[in-house]
Design a protein around this ligand. Sequence first.
Ligand SMILES: O=P(O)(O)OC[C@H]1O[C@H](O)[C@H](O)[C@@H](O)[C@@H]1O
Length: 528
Amino acid sequence: MNSTDLWQRYQDWLYYDENLGFYLDISRIGFDDFFLKAMLPKFERAFQQMADLEAGAIANPDENRQVGHYWLRNPDLAPSPDLKQEIVETLAQIDTFTQQIHSGSIHPPHAERFTDLLVIGIGGSALGPQFIADALAPQNAPLAIHFIDNTDPAGIDRTLGRIGDRLDRTLVLVISKSGGTPETRNGMIEAQAAYQKRGLKFGDYAVAITGHDSQLEKIAHSEQWITTFPMHDWVGGRTSEMSAVGLVPAALQGIDIHAILEGAKLMDIATRRPDLATNPAALLAFAWYYAGNGKGAKDMVILPYKDSLLLFSRYLQQLVMESLGKEKDLEGHIVHQGIAVYGNKGSTDQHAYVQQLREGVPNFFITFIEVLNDRQGESIEVEAGITSGDYLSGLLQGTRQALYENKRESITLSLPEVNPRTVGALIALYDRAVGLYGYLVNVNAYHQPGVEAGKKAAASVLALQRQMVQVVQQSPQPISLTDLAQQMGVPEQIETIYKIVRHLHSNQREIVLKGDLGQPTTLTVARL
Ligand SMILES: O=P(O)(O)OC[C@H]1O[C@H](O)[C@H](O)[C@@H](O)[C@@H]1O
């Protein structure tokens, strides 16, 4: 296509949202009118399914659940007065609690104010809060945020080390919808131990955000934690940023949560339109479908040209891949759906992997995210008539063009600036696009059955570890791996047992290994 035709195509497909000052350009995705016509009936169905979902249908059939994250930003849409009240009351509870923490009316036993916030959670109970904190926390936030989002002991030490002496002024938010996620439980127990070591009562510092009647809620009540916030059954982890999960940490950092909700609500209005050309989420889903042939044949590379949006790709990784990455469609046929997501930020990535994008395997499409306002205040010139921001903007345009010339497709989103409203809108745009795409490819975007397999396997490894330690304890002689597996009655698990033994040996716990570490058959295991 020549430049005049491209310019025309750009204008034909440009979406602009007046309320949000938000642009979406899918002109550099190569669909034609024929493809468009073929997709329209699919979109009609998807719009209808989405309307049913918003009206309270059981949109997650496997788990027999409603999917209600849209109601969080407009409680009037909730399908019953009770649900509406739950949302409104939780929001009021968050506002009151934030005010009490900031004013010091709720304070730690030995200080006038909390100064730090430790969030313990994983997956949907961490990625949103991490993205929002990095994108929006003010420089002198009333509470400085820290995360434990794993069961890595060294990672936990690193976070607690950063908090250091301020532990007695640190408020802890333990976030888990199910209230039983082992990584989060471990983080909580480790944090609890750190408080105890300092002679502090954990409950005086802790708040839980969790589902009704969960294990975590029970602990919070029995240990008299400061308070608890509800995590509704009808909000999925990866779309929970606008429930208490995302709003409590954001509000405590002094971020305007009502503006986040307002931006999302405005985007919801736009993405509710049952019309492909004027619905930005539908345009996104349409572009993804074309680029990957409705089968995820191409990866989604997310490239925000703004440092504060760095964590958006990580946030989207869960939202897109956990929602769409499914073995079966809604009728139970094997489909192996999904779209892989990766990316960091431009122009930084230009000095890393963009070489491959431009010249290597063409298995991706890019989403450029442009932020029109460079910074608060004036910019100096780094060359005659040119600022750093001009460079960033030029690099974005240049990369888009260079990739297009090499037949690499792209989408470009442009926001006026990064603020609570636009970030709320961005999140809402993508959760709707993922929902619509899920309907286009006929998968349940709201469950994650595949995650369970790894969790079950981990539990059986830990059971083997306990059994193995017992057998070694009772064995008078050092014992070979083969005999050990034999005595445990699981000869087929020898590799797993070997790895458990190696891990314990490396940590000088319970057992010692003797022999040539490079040759497992020479090894014997004895009690320490
Ligand atoms: O909030 P939680 O119940 O602790 O769950 C945390 C995460 O764990 C699971 O493995 C799911 O795959 C995620 O969707 C979820 O966000």
